[in-house]
Design a protein around this ligand. Structure first.
Ligand SMILES: OC[C@H]1O[C@H](O[C@H]2O[C@H](CO)[C@@H](O)[C@H](O)[C@H]2O)[C@H](O)[C@@H](O)[C@@H]1O
Length: 601
């Protein structure tokens, strides 16, 4: 059975990722890319849908024991799980070596620590998200599972045997003894992948992460949380192209048992742009440069038809479908692949992309003529369309509206481009765009602000609030001491807080379809809760900001990972996991609080 979302650890090779449960079961793995079909989809179903459990042997009807403790090895993505058993202590080290063109591998090394511990590996591969039972057979000393275009090869120095359409290994380890098990993916029409070298790959994987983390320029009091978030963001970056996935999972529900289940294994311009901003602020220019190249390729030639998200290599076709054979995470149906939001109009992305390009320049990444040209083209589009209703930052599936946040971000796009022209780097209609900037500002303040309640509202003339309005001072639309900003922060804190002080992104309507066009409710949105901490710091309530931030840090699982949302009623994480859109604001708030000197000790 799948664990709680927070029970999972992330390992990955920057092309795909696996989730490992506390009991040593890999319950999620797509091969060879983040957005490929899963070979282990037990996370969204049952053991019948694929898993690989490795841990101390246990009785047939006994639940596999959870690891006694686990951690990442230093600042890396190498997971170490240890079990103290009646027979002794054993450690399993799980990792995926960073790769270039070579085969993706999941490596598991078992090491006896004390006593003699009987171990069991149970490997059940099911291709096409748990739908297809592969043809499993031996090729010399290797076991291979083949299904259509895919083959996965198991290499191990332990004996293997097949039973119940599962490949098992039973072995015992004593102190210092090491047994490795590796699976490698290869297109099924090609020669077998090379034999793995687990110990050498362990050493090079560790060296890779040590070197990468060594570039981090943040040395403040929240370093542990910031570095873990940075490693997580790096793990969500598809190295061959620079595309960044919003999360490595699909359909982890925003409400347990509900239908708010979406596929996040794509590159959203919004999520990627803010990720880039965090990376730039912490010294990671290479990733920023790679993403800018990705953007230029994805949008190439056709910025009028900008999509709000693309595949990790820039693909446009992300048709949404439901996988009827998967029961879903704790019964949360449907399980979806692809994402219909790809066809939406979300005007805010123009602002986020422009802000990211602006920040790249401000933090020393050399300007790029193509990027400048792209920025001008985006504003030309926005000039004609900024006053149209859209689906907004939350990708609502109800009717389009005049979302205030979308207009604020349209203002950001024009403002940063005016600054670019003012810098003399490019030519453009400076006066016309200055006027456009002022017109957007005036319109928002006139139609998006409720004088009686002293708060900005979700859309023009509405009474609803929306946590995206917390970005108004952060984007420089109004200064933090403006009474309308302070009123908005206070109204959001009053009306969108959960009982434990975290923030909903907007009110949902239970059994009715609310503004988002969906039935059901959802948890507190972690990004919005970090934004509140930011705003509290900006309006001078620094101590409140610090307390909220540290409460948010305490929500992270034992490995420092966050999902998209937190269910305050069930006191557990919900939504896709781990989620870039949560880890980015964590970093941003840590930097802001550090700069303000607001930390205990
Ligand atoms: O709430 C409905 C929408 O939920 C998803 O969108 C959310 O995730 C995106 C990726 O992190 C984020 O950019 C967006 O702001 C969030 O609302 C889902 O992808 C949509 O299809 C769905 O309509």
């Amino acid at each position: 059975m799948a664990g709680r979302i927070e029970d999972y650890a992330l390992i990955g090779d920057m092309q795909t990722a696996a989730l490992i449960n506390r009991d040593g079961s890999a319950d999620w793995l797509c091969l060879p890319r983040f957005d490929s079909h899963a070979v282990f989809a037990g996370l969204l179903g049952t053991e019948e849908h694929g898993f690989w459990r490795l841990g101390p042997a246990h009785g047939k009807d006994v639940a596999p024991p959870p690891a006694t403790r686990r951690r990442y090895r230093g600042d890396s993505l190498i997971l170490e799980s240890e079990w103290d058993t009646a027979r002794g202590t054993v450690r399993v080290t799980d990792f995926m070596p960073p790769r270039g063109e070579s085969s993706p591998q999941l490596v598991r090394i078992v090491e006896g620590v004390s006593g003699r511990v009987p171990m069991r590996s149970a490997l059940r591969m099911r291709f096409s998200f748990g739908w297809v039972v592969p043809w499993v057979h031996r090729v010399e000393d290797r076991t291979v599972a083949v299904s259509g275009p895919d083959s996965v090869w198991l290499d191990t120095d332990a004996e293997t045997y097949g039973r119940d359409l599962t490949t098992y290994s039973d072995f015992t380890v004593g102190p210092g003894e090491r047994v490795s098990l590796t699976i490698s993916w290869q297109p099924s029409h090609k020669e077998p992948p090379p034999h793995p070298e687990p110990e050498a790959e362990l050493a090079s994987t560790e060296a890779f992460w040590r070197e990468w983390v060594g570039h981090c320029t943040y040395h403040g009091p929240y370093r542990e949380a910031v570095v873990r978030s940075l490693i997580t963001l790096k793990a969500l970056t598809y190295a061959p192209t620079g595309g960044i996935v919003a999360a490595p999972t699909t359909s982890l529900p925003e409400e347990i048992g509900g239908s708010r289940n979406w596929d996040y294994r794509f590159t959203w311009l919004r999520d990627a742009a803010i990720t880039l901003s965090s990376l730039l602020r912490t010294g990671y220019h290479e990733e920023a440069r790679a993403w800018r190249e990705w953007l230029l390729r994805a949008v190439a030639g056709d910025p009028q038809n900008l999509q709000i998200m693309y595949g990790i290599a820039g693909e446009r076709e992300l048709a949404e479908a439901e996988l009827s054979w998967l029961p879903g995470y704790e019964g949360s149906q449907p399980v979806r692949i692809g994402n219909g939001a790809a066809g939406q109009l979300q005007l805010d992305v123009y602002g986020e992309v422009t802000e990211a390009l602006h920040l790249a320049h401000m933090t020393g990444l050399a300007r790029n003529d193509h990027a400048n040209l792209l920025q001008l083209k985006l504003i030309r589009y926005l000039e004609e369309h900024w006053d149209e209703p859209d689906e907004g930052i939350w990708e609502v599936r109800g009717p389009r509206r005049q979302f205030v946040h979308s207009k604020v971000m349209a203002w950001v796009a024009v403002d940063r481009t005016v600054k670019l022209i003012e810098s003399g780097e490019v030519d453009g209609p400076l006066e016309r765009w200055r006027e456009l900037r002022d017109e957007i500002h005036r319109t928002v303040c006139e139609h998006g602000y409720d004088k009686e309640r002293n708060t900005f509202t979700q859309s023009y003339g509405s009474k609803e609030l929306d946590a995206s309005l917390l970005l108004i001072p952060q984007m420089g639309f109004l200064p933090p001491d403006d009474k309308r900003v302070i009123g908005t922060v206070e109204a959001i804190q009053r009306e969108l807080s959960t009982e434990d002080g975290f923030i909903l992104r907007y009110p949902t309507a239970g059994d009715e379809a609310g503004v988002d066009g969906l039935e059901g409710d959802e948890g507190a949105f972690l990004a919005c809760s970090f934004w509140l901490a930011d705003d509290l710091a900006m309006i001078g309530r620094v101590e409140d900001a610090r307390k909220l931030f540290e409460k948010l840090l305490a929500l992270r699982n034992d490995l420092g990972l966050l999902a998209e949302e937190w269910d305050p009623r069930l006191q557990r994480m919900v939504g896709n996991f781990p989620q870039a859109f949560s880890h980015v604001p964590l970093i941003d708030t840590a930097l802001r609080l550090t700069a303000s000197g607001a930390y205990a000790g």
